[in-house]
Ligand binder design. Structure first.
Ligand SMILES: [Zn+2]
Length: 79
């Protein structure tokens, strides 16, 4: 190891030259394994938010379209 550095996430020593910027805090360099793990977590969190937003949008669409269909005299049955 040329520049042994303790990882702020797992406390293991890693070579600073092989480290990666933390996806959550780009000001710090952490070991590659922790950086990969963090990136996966960030991706998962972003996907969860996206999926939740899509559900909210879909609910709004159902509500709006149902109201409009009823205005147009179409009987709409929701489960
Ligand atoms: Zn680490």
């Amino acid at each position: 190891m040329e520049m042994p550095t303790p990882c702020e996430r797992c406390n293991e020593l890693f070579d600073l030259l092989n480290g990666s910027r933390s996806p959550r805090n780009p000001r710090i360099v952490i070991c590659e394994e922790c950086a990969n793990k963090e990136q996966e977590e960030v991706n998962k969190e972003e996907e969860i938010i996206e999926l939740q937003e899509e559900i909210t949008d879909a609910k709004d669409t159902i509500k709006r379209n149902t109201e409009r269909l009823r205005e147009l005299g179409v009987a709409v049955k929701l489960n």
